[in-house]
Design a protein. Structure first.
Lengths: 222, 222
């Protein structure tokens, strides 16, 4: 499978790129607004993999090309860039493609991190509005701490809730999640349930901030 | 310590009463609007404990008396009864008492369960508004599945996030949580962070509904 990471030069993009490159045979396409920057980061990722005796099928390009190449395109950009990014690559997304949204709208105050959804109700719903008709949109990978996930020396055990209205697309993305060693998908229903999934991200930040036993907090459901 | 459960005749009240009675030496006071009903339920709880070779210090009474007797009063009533219940027992709560709010406002539609906070921002914040001045309010025990928690044959492993502005009260309630075998407290900051904690409850319901591997879902943070 070809998996693209739009904005794959950021923290969570790096983490997913490294894990998919190491743990799967998927072609991992790292996209950026700046294609040269994407190629530079891919060289870094390849060095990091080589330092761990691993390799993968990685390449870098602009976001539009990445969207065109990916069977699944993960929009790994901050929430406030999401709609713009999706609209810019819309022509490259075909009806068999899956768009994955891991972004969360948050605001921070003295108390901690708070869920701050857009008017659409959730960032995942915003992605669904911005996506071309027929493209299946799935919410996943919202609450993963990028630090431990990008540290190939660390073992990683976490669950990621997955939401979407297209069952086949949800299963494809759940499979992609579970291709990463230690990562487990948990189905949480349709896109209308995305806000409960996204709300988990600030909770994990708050626990990481206030609980002495938890840092880079991850979650498991049993 | 004396722990009271206002509305302790319901599902989550039963579960906490059974576990505290079995696992601790605390005096567990089960309150109800109907004192006779509370006493009947306590007899049921004692039978259930005896059937498992256990016993505890349990008693039943009206909510007002329960609030007066408890060093910690857990308001185990549905969210829409919370403010009423707190206001009715307000005279019985002293400045050294701790009021614990485990309730979550939810609405349900075809997609699933959704967080539906009151105008105060969270049910825990609503409890804080309804409580007399000086009573410390702590949010905890929001996302515990009552079924497995009240099944004394089942082992139980789960985390419960705890929020509150009074650090000593938070530690007292965290300790009460961890008095239950298998239950672990996770500090999530002050009352302003309660909505992120409460949002977890509908997420767990949605995962229980949609994920074939998860039922009576509980959560752990690591």
């Amino acid at each position: 499978m070809d998996v693209s990471l739009l904005g794959g030069t950021g923290d969570i993009g790096e983490a997913l790129a490294l894990r998919w490159a190491r743990d799967t045979d998927h072609a991992v396409v790292v996209g950026s607004r700046d294609a040269e920057r994407a190629r530079e980061r891919v060289a870094d990722y390849e060095d990091e993999l080589a330092a761990h005796g691993a390799a993968g099928d990685l390449s870098g390009c602009g976001n539009e090309e990445a969207a065109a190449r990916g069977d699944v395109a993960v929009c790994a950009v901050p929430a406030y860039h999401l709609a713009d990014t999706v609209e810019r690559v819309a022509d490259a997304l075909g009806p068999d493609d899956i768009l994955v949204s891991p972004a969360v709208g948050m605001k921070h105050d003295e108390a901690g991190a708070h869920y701050n959804p857009p008017a659409a109700g959730s960032v995942t719903a915003l992605a669904a509005r911005a996506a071309p008709d027929g493209v299946a949109v799935v919410g996943a990978f919202h609450s993963l701490p990028a630090g431990p996930l990008s540290d190939l020396d660390a073992s990683f055990e976490a669950d990621t809730p997955v939401v979407g209205d297209d069952d086949a697309a949800v299963e494809t993305v759940a499979g992609l999640a579970e291709d990463v060693e230690g990562l487990r998908a948990r189905r949480a229903g349709g896109l209308d349930n995305a806000s409960e999934v996204e709300s988990l991200a600030p909770l994990l930040i708050n626990i990481g901030e206030h609980d002495d036993d938890c840092h880079d907090v991850r979650v498991q459901f049993g």
